[in-house]
Design a protein around this ligand. Structure first.
Ligand SMILES: Cc1cc2nc3c(=O)[nH]c(=O)nc-3n(C[C@H](O)[C@H](O)[C@H](O)COP(=O)(O)OP(=O)(O)OC[C@H]3O[C@@H](n4cnc5c(N)ncnc54)[C@H](O)[C@@H]3O)c2cc1C
Length: 338
């Protein structure tokens, strides 16, 4: 019996709540379902929770929705725990489960939306931690070669919001479906609390020696205060990357705008805060039709209701133009456009 459905509404399957229909759709709950010959059809798109996605129109292809469940401690040695999770596991629930089991290491990535299988695609990161630091390897189905591959961490080529999967364009071509991820969590744990927000939140709670759960709880509270809940206000998180510019450009901008936050990088370049640039360009809380930038955090693009992919593209272009006109800096969007 075919698992596929036709003409499926994707509005509830992306956190920006953009209307779109997929010509064909299949939900994958077990790895063997990936063998099915019918999944060879192209174009193809592999979907998680749609929390990093802008659906610009209907999709005349096959959406492969990854819903493989399962999480377990695979092994441990004197240095680390090795934990495997299915691609369809909810990321935040998985992180809280590891903490509950007494396996710390992922707490800084609490409350990031999405599924486990998508986490390595853009190497999700927050509050001084990137998931690539904790990935041992992953198991992916290659739709072209028709086999499962194990990809080790070093072959994942993790970078800032980047990985092999994006570098090869597989995040758009749908060539690879990650079925499970194996995490390596070192037993020697040190808190990662160098972010001011986190130290302030812990200080406000009078916590001087935080446990992994304390850090998770602080980060959950910070994120709930700062970011809109997609279930209430549809959004895709940070909409633009923080731009990285040459030092000479950063120095010139810094002398014109002394309060511009600047973060020197190891390679001599300087990272700028995209949210600050957008706010100064007058876009915090401003909308174009139903789509605009969030009033509490200018980096987050929100759909106030009834917005379409075309509305997102229009607002994005207007924000980029305003920032470029004022600062001469080009912003690049973070989500994936389909
Ligand atoms: C409120 C909010 C806050 C956010 N905060 C952060 C943050 O702090 N840090 C951060 O890095 N991101 C953040 N994000 C972005 C988002 O949560 C992550 O990118 C997340 O990993 C996306 O997961 P998903 O399951 O929704 O993937 P989707 O949006 O469905 O897909 C994203 C990409 O991954 C691919 N993909 C998904 N699953 C698989 C799979 N199993 N195999 C192969 N390819 C796959 C898709 O084809 C697509 O290219 C935030 C988003 C929101 C809405």
């Amino acid at each position: 019996m075919s698992l596929q459905r036709r003409n499926v509404d994707l509005t509830g399957l992306n956190t920006l709540a953009l209307p779109s229909r997929a010509a064909c759709y299949v939900e994958i709950t077990t790895p063997p379902q990936l063998f099915a010959g019918e999944l060879k059809q192209a174009p193809r798109f592999v979907l998680g929770d749609g929390s990093n996605l802008v659906l610009t129109s209907d999709f005349d292809g096959l959406v492969v929705h990854m819903a493989i469940a399962g999480r377990q401690l695979l092994s441990e040695d004197t240095d680390a725990w090795y934990i495997r999770a299915g691609a369809g596991e909810n990321w935040h629930d998985f992180v809280q489960w590891t903490l509950g089991q007494g396996w710390p290491g992922l707490e800084n990535l609490s409350l990031i939306p999405g599924r486990v299988g998508a986490a390595p695609i853009q190497n999700i990161g927050a509050y001084g931690l990137e998931v690539g630091e904790c990935v041992h390897s992953l198991n992916a189905w290659d739709f072209e070669k028709r086999c499962f591959l194990t990809v080790d961490r070093k072959d994942c080529r993790f970078g800032y919001r980047d990985s092999l999967f994006k570098q090869e364009g597989w995040h758009l071509s749908g060539r690879m479906a990650i079925a499970s991820v194996l995490f390596r969590l070192p037993k020697r744990w040190r808190p990662k609390t160098r972010y001011t927000d986190v130290t302030q939140e812990l200080a406000a709670r009078e916590i001087t020696s935080p446990t992994p759960r304390d850090i998770a709880s602080a980060i959950i509270a910070i994120r709930q205060r700062k970011l809109p809940d997609p279930a209430v206000t549809p959004n895709a998180g940070s909409f633009f990357h923080n731009p990285v510019v040459d030092r000479s450009i950063a120095e010139k901008l810094g002398s014109d705008y002394p309060s511009l936050p600047r973060y020197p990088q190891p390679d001599g370049q300087v990272k700028l805060a995209a949210g600050w640039l957008i706010e100064q360009a007058g876009w915090k809380g401003k909308s174009l039709g139903p789509v605009g930038m969030f009033e509490k955090q200018a980096l987050v693009l929100v759909n106030h209701g009834g917005g379409t992919g075309a509305d997102v593209l229009r607002t994005m272009a207007a924000v980029r133009a305003a920032v470029h006109e004022k600062f001469g800096v080009a912003l690049t969007p973070e989500p994936i456009f389909l």
